[in-house]
Design a binder for this molecule. Structure first.
Ligand code: ATP
Ligand code: MG
Length: 230
């Protein structure tokens, strides 16, 4: 690992547009996220939340301004950024290979005992144990053998196995029933309690567990405060 702690994320006068002459999706956004902070990001559909996630991941390059992780522009960190930042999206991607290989993506050396440990932590141990082929069970690309909530738990297990310090959750519970959603949120926050969490969400359920809540509107930080203040 090359980046020096603290692994703060510093967003400075960030402007982003997808095409040269299109309007700015993000327009002069300033935000610092300290290592270990729990931040909820709210904003209406199309306000630029997922775009911000991609910029933090270094998948997009700022039109102007900067996004830095530990003082280094995220787009310059390259593939190594996956050693620091994990993402769980609405539809977590699984690969057409075994459960074991799916979990070991990004950490091929992980011990079998560690794999079972993370499965226990995310609440999938029993389910995998009961499969005739256990960890060697094949998964299809769409992950169809798993329910939505189980796919999210697989994605979380992958992140825990890799042990990245920063986790971006981009509406990870959309489309799940309320009970599954609540259980999943509880698991996320319990298992990620040491890490930086940036949680993009549409509803207020669960945000009381966060330290700070921000609203993005018209490409800018419209409001920022503790859950109590809002
Ligand atoms: P939602 O809550 O619906 O997920 P969001 O806040 O995540 O919305 P973004 O996906 O970041 O919003 O999109 C912000 C704006 O950028 C939208 O107007 C969208 O149409 C536009 N946009 C997103 N992705 C692209 C792209 N690849 N090319 C061009 N425009 C895009
Ligand atoms: Mg989005």
């Amino acid at each position: 690992k090359v980046l020096q702690e603290p692994l703060d994320i510093k967003i400075d006068h960030l402007v982003f547009r997808y095409e040269k002459n299109s309007t700015e999706v993000l327009n002069n956004l300033n935000l610092t996220i300290s290592q270990g902070e729990k931040l909820a990001v709210l904003g209406r559909s199309g306000s630029g939340k997922s775009t911000l996630v991609s910029l933090i991941r270094g998948d997009l390059v700022p039109t102007s301004g900067s996004v830095q992780l530990a003082g280094v522009a995220t787009e310059q960190i390259g593939d190594r950024i996956s050693d620091y930042i994990g993402v769980i999206q609405q539809a977590p991607y699984l690969f057409h290979t075994t459960i074991l290989n799916n979990l070991r993506i990004g950490n091929e050396q992980a011990e079998i005992s560690e794999v079972w440990e993370v499965l226990r932590r995310v609440g999938l141990e029993q389910l995998v144990k009961e499969l005739p082929e256990g960890l060697n069970t094949m998964v299809d690309e769409a992950g169809l053998r798993f329910s939505g909530g189980e796919r999210h738990r697989m994605a979380l297990a992958r992140i825990l196995l890799k042990d990245v310090p920063i986790v971006l959750l981009d509406e990870p519970t959309v489309g799940l029933d309320p009970i599954t959603e609540q259980a999943l949120i509880d698991t996320f926050f319990k298992q990620l309690s040491e890490k930086t969490i940036i949680w993009v969400t549409h509803h207020l359920q669960g945000i009381d567990k966060m330290q700070r809540v921000i609203f993005i509107e018209d490409g800018q930080l419209e409001m920022s405060g503790t859950p109590d203040e809002l």
